[in-house]
Every structure is written in C-alpha cells, then in structure tokens.
Design a protein around this ligand. Sequence first.
Ligand SMILES: CC(C)(COP(=O)(O)OP(=O)(O)OC[C@H]1O[C@@H](n2cnc3c(N)ncnc32)[C@H](O)[C@@H]1OP(=O)(O)O)[C@@H](O)C(=O)NCCC(=O)NCCS
Length: 212
Amino acid sequence: MGVSIITGEVMNIIEDIKAIYRNDPAARNIEFLLYPCFHVMLVHRFLNHPLSRLGVPFIPRLLSQVMRFLTGIELHPGARIGAGFFIDHGMGVVIGETTVIGKNCVLFHNCTLGGTGHVADTRRHPRLGDHVLMGTGATLLGPITVGDGAKIGAETVVINRDVPSNCSVVGAPGKIVRENGVLVDKELPVATYWKKHHGSEDLIVGQQNVSG
Ligand SMILES: CC(C)(COP(=O)(O)OP(=O)(O)OC[C@H]1O[C@@H](n2cnc3c(N)ncnc32)[C@H](O)[C@@H]1OP(=O)(O)O)[C@@H](O)C(=O)NCCC(=O)NCCS
C-alpha cells in the first residue's frame, strides 16, 4: 500500500512540474526547480500530507510552517490537492486544513482558501473542482464548492456562495460575468452547505460556533 501511495505522489508531482511549463511561459529548461510551489508540493505530497493522514502530531505543522517561512505559501498538511497544481509567484497564499483542490488548478499570489470563522464543522474550507483558476488576491471563504473550469478573477471575494462550473466570477462580492462562454451579470447561488445547515437562503451569519 505504501509503495502505491508513493507511486501515486510521484505521478502527481510530475503533473505539477508539467503544470509549471503549461501555465508559465517564462519557465525554461530545468527552471521548475526554482518555483516555490514545487518546493511546497514536494514537502506536502511526500511528508506533510501523509504524516497528517497517519495522525502524526506537530511534525507536519512544523514542516508546513518552515515551508511558509521559505516560500510565503501556507499550505495546511490536511489539505487535499489534485495533480497538476500550480501556484504562480507563491507569496501570500493561504490554504486551510479541510480544503480540497481538484486536478490542474492554478492559483496566483495572495490567494486565500479559508474559513469564515463561523463554522465549526468537519469541513470549513472551500472545495475546488478541476481546472479552476484563482487570480491574484482572490479570497474564497467557507465550505463552498467551486465547479470545474471556473475562473475567479483577481481580487474577487466569495463568501458562503457556490461557484457554478465553467463561469467567470469577479468583484467583491463576486458576481458571475461569464457563463459557458457568454457574458452575463448574475448573482452567485447561496452555498449548498449554508442551506443545509441553516435551512434558509438568508446569509445573515449567526454568532454561534465560531472557529478558525
Ligand atoms: C476573470 C479573468 C480570469 C477573465 O475571465 P474572462 O471570462 O475572460 O472575463 P473577461 O476578461 O471577458 O471579463 C468580463 C468582465 O469582467 C471584468 N473583469 C475581469 N476581471 C476582473 C477582475 N479581476 N475584477 C473586476 N472585474 C473584472 C472585465 O472588465 C469585463 O467587464 P466588462 O464586460 O464590463 O468589460 C481575468 O480578468 C482575471 O482576473 N485573471 C486573473 C489573472 C491574474 O491574477 N494575474 C496575475 C498575474 S501576476
């Protein structure tokens, strides 16, 4: 079983390297070795995430903080990241513990995948589908779902709302400006989790269950 996990992570890191060349025209020859996302993903895939899944205390968080110090990327050991993940520039990125990221996603610097501080649940952070792009400074908060192929514009803020597949969302608060290639002007739907927990589409945040 251990061998198959290692083989899987080797395949994932190869896809991460391909993603660097696919997404950054400035990457040449063996320059993937210089990318902070490569350094972070090496440690995350082969040490932090497996140790975290084994329930090892302290060490994964320690290593994660060392990597944050070196790269400016704070990636919690618990986060699940699909193959072909690329963070351009790196600095200022925060990815929370229960975040799930699909395949071939791209983040720019200063992106946040965080909790709202109002949900004490097993899942507090966003779940991204495949081929999602988050522009610089984009902030996604809460256990929201972002569909495949969605683009979150630079400096966009989405809180407690889901993002449908194949659309572009921009602004603060984020609105849909493109859906399946067509320009639109639409509100984002209230997050599924919110409706489940609150039984309502009212987005007024309660005072209970405050957590990080
Ligand atoms: C959202 C984005 C992915 C473009 O998606 P798109 O589907 O091609 O959307 P368009 O470019 O056609 O823009 C649609 C509308 O949204 C607006 N828009 C695009 N990005 C925006 C943003 N980040 N904030 C506010 N408005 C934005 C456009 O001006 C346009 O408005 P208009 O119809 O009134 O002219 C892109 O604008 C973006 O933000 N990319 C992030 C890139 C980045 O972070 N680079 C960092 C390099 S270091």
